[in-house]
Design a protein around this ligand. Structure first.
Ligand code: ADP
Length: 296
């Protein structure tokens, strides 16, 4: 699975990435972390990046693209990865497209964590207080002044990526104002709905038969909806809809209890604004967001 987490500082990208890597056994590629390590080790890149990072600016594209390119070639990235903090500009996104193309791999999705800006300062303050209480070193850029600058960079340079990826039908938006647990659930639901991950088979497969039947039934309309919404939206959406109908079909066989939940997943809400979560709805939502944003 290959994902991008997109969102302003304090939106929870790092927290969610940590949870996802544990669940799916993939790696987190955080350019912020890599750069901080380079600063700590005082490598040539670190020395260049240090001042820029401390002031809340963005490190030049060629530096971060180089770092990511090297990191993608390490063996642990072969199983899949979550990009956190990269790409942060349109040229970085274009460079990433090239890097992936060269390696014959594709992104599964770009997940945007949407949050109220007013909550971000509070979140970062809480993060700082927690780090202090654990005796950890606090980031030099986690001050209200620098955060304001980081937010400004995000708005000016990173937010355009929302259009970039919604135009490419890759963008899925999650309400980042929910609890950490809920955001994770929502992301997992989305990943299942688009077929990026297998549904988790629960251990308690006891009274499985009946619910599974219902699951198959419930999943059908969702799958149909998925293909309906995919019509006329181009190959990617169609592919997604097709993939989304897979787990429903599978649900008939092993009949675990969780399949019922999984099938329901397809008809439940998927993202921030709307709570519906069928693959079709995910695509519809992606389309809606694209249209809305195109108008804006
Ligand atoms: P945040 O919590 O603000 O999202 P990160 O930990 O991802 O921060 O990054 C910290 C800093 O590292 C950024 O403010 C920026 O200076 C630098 N940085 C990280 N990733 C990138 C990138 N892709 N492009 C340019 N600069 C980056």
């Amino acid at each position: 699975m290959r994902l991008i987490l997109l969102g302003p500082p304090g939106s929870g990208k790092g927290t969610q990435a940590q949870r996802l890597i544990h669940r799916y056994g993939i790696v987190q590629l955080s350019t912020g972390e890599m750069l901080r390590a380079a600063v700590a080790a005082q490598t040539p890149v670190g020395i260049k990046a240090q001042g820029i990072m401390a002031s809340g600016g963005l490190v030049p594209d060629d530096i971060v693209i180089g770092i990511i390119s090297d990191r993608l070639d390490q063996p642990d990235a072969a199983k899949g990865f979550i990009l956190d903090g990269f790409p942060r500009t349109v040229p970085q996104a274009e460079a990433l497209d090239e890097l992936l193309k060269k390696r014959h791999i594709e992104l599964d999705a770009v997940i945007e964590l949407r949050v109220n800006e007013s909550a971000l300062l509070q979140r970062v303050e809480t993060r700082v207080a927690e780090m202090r209480s654990r005796g950890e070193e606090v980031r030099v850029d986690d001050t209200p002044e620098v955060l304001t600058k980081r937010l400004a960079s995000y708005r000016a340079l990173t937010e355009p990526l929302i259009h970039y990826y919604s135009d490419r039908r890759k963008l899925l938006t999650v309400d980042g104002m929910m609890t950490i647990e809920h955001v994770t659930e929502e992301i997992n639901r989305i990943l299942e709905a688009i077929g990026a991950v297998e549904k988790k088979t629960p251990k308690t497969a006891g009274k499985a038969r009946k619910p599974a039947k219902r699951a198959a039934k419930a999943a059908k309309p969702a799958a149909r909806k998925a293909s309906k919404s995919a019509r006329g939206t181009g190959g990617a959406a169609k592919k997604t809809a097709k993939r989304a109908s897979k787990p429903a079909g599978k649900a008939r066989k092993p009949a675990p209890k969780g399949v019922k939940k999984g099938a329901r997943t397809l008809s439940r809400k998927a993202s921030a604004g709307s709570r519906k979560n069928s693959a079709g709805r995910v695509r519809k939502l992606a389309k809606k967001v694209t249209k809305k944003r195109a108008k804006a």
